[in-house]
Design a protein around this ligand. Structure first.
Ligand SMILES: C[S@@+](CC[C@H](N)C(=O)[O-])C[C@H]1O[C@@H](n2cnc3c(N)ncnc32)[C@H](O)[C@@H]1O
Length: 235
């Protein structure tokens, strides 16, 4: 079954998608790969290096940039993620990502092949090493491709959160202080790092309320500010 999307080449040559004519693109148009490295890599690396069997949570899966990044970092550092739990509201994105990992022919294979090749070059790894590790994790139930996250979802406790939901204009329910407070309370393990491309008052308050130390970073591309946070209770 096909689904509607437009593939866009971003400023660094890497691909992103727009799922509907009026919808927002999944990444900054200045560069999807570069944005992922700038915003999410520090959190993924810190959890990979500081936690023996790190657990990751990704909202949302999209094209899987963050999932591929997590695997590339784990191969680089010789670590094995205990869990990568990803939420995604569009079933076709889950179907295609799972299918590509399992060697099936999906309409997004060209996009995933492009992305994994970029990571392979960046980390000087064979693309097949990243793909095999993804398949292994999927087979072992350690890569969980879950449906939409809502206020009723009980997330697993994790050491790293890549919070890459659409903007508060498109997904207001995921940016409310009430949702974020409950989400961080349930999802943040004692050692936990978080990255997101956004920086809102509700986000900062919810993070501080849940024991995170918040670092405001320059935003990527035209965005003014982004957020990195670490939960400091046991670090
Ligand atoms: C900014 S994009 C994520 C890009 C992704 N991290 C990547 O690297 O390709 C936001 C994604 O969140 C998904 N989404 C929207 N609402 C969601 C929800 N309630 N739960 C999970 N995913 C959601 C969208 O379908 C979209 O794929």
């Amino acid at each position: 079954m096909d689904f509607e999307y437009t593939r866009i080449e971003t400023g660094d040559g890497s691909p992103t998608l727009r799922l509907s004519a009026e919808g927002e693109a999944m990444h900054a148009l200045e560069g999807a790969f570069t944005e992922t490295q700038y915003i999410y890599q520090p959190t993924v690396e810190k959890a990979t290096v500081n936690v023996e069997n790190p657990r990751f949570l990704s909202v949302g899966l999209g094209l899987g940039y963050n999932e591929i990044l997590i695997v590339a970092e784990s191969v680089k550092h010789g670590r094995q993620p205990e869990l990568i739990h990803s939420y995604e509201s569009v079933p076709e994105l889950i179907r295609c990502f799972r299918g590509w990992i399992q060697g099936e022919d999906t309409e997004l294979n060209g996009v995933y092949d492009d992305i994994v090749t970029r990571y392979a070059q960046h980390y000087a790894l064979p693309a097949s090493a990243i793909q095999f590790r993804l398949e292994d994790l999927l087979d072992q139930g350690k890569l969980v491709l879950d449906t939409a996250i809502t206020a009723r979802t009980l997330p697993p406790k994790v050491n790293a959160i890549c919070f890459d939901a659409f903007s508060s204009k498109t997904s207001p329910e995921l940016w409310s202080e009430e949702f974020l407070n409950e989400f961080f309370k349930n999802a943040a393990a004692e050692k936990c790092f978080l990255s997101t491309y956004a920086c809102t008052g509700a986000l900062k308050r919810a993070l501080k309320n849940n024991g995170f130390e918040v670092e405001i970073k320059k935003g990527f591309g035209v965005k003014r500010e982004s957020t990195f946070a670490r939960k400091i209770t046991s670090l």
